[in-house]
Design a binder for this molecule. Structure first.
Ligand code: SF4
Length: 85
């Protein structure tokens, strides 16, 4: 989901995965996020492999969605991660 954008619509954006901030087009269709190049943007002629993987990174099941804080001391095998606000 892209906030404020109906499903199926494409919006002009940029890839946020490095300082280059390549121009891109983003859309969501059937719950799937896609990011593609935007040739009309000065830096959008192409996306690198990392940019092309952005949807996969975003949807990865191990992706963190909340900040975590270590509850146990460093050196202990279990860090005891706890969700924080
Ligand atoms: S597409 Fe690649 S080079 Fe461009 S902003 Fe994303 S990660 Fe950086």
């Amino acid at each position: 989901m892209i906030a404020g954008v109906p499903t199926g619509d494409e919006v002009a954006t940029f890839c946020p995965l490095c300082v280059s901030r390549c121009g891109a087009r983003a859309s969501v269709s059937n719950g799937t996020f896609t990011l593609s190049r935007d040739p009309s943007h000065p830096t959008g002629k192409a996306l690198c492999v990392k940019g092309k993987a952005a949807p996969e990174i975003s949807a990865h099941p191990d992706r963190l969605h909340h900040p975590l804080q270590r509850a146990n001391s460093k050196g202990v095998s279990d860090p005891g991660w706890q969700r924080i606000g």
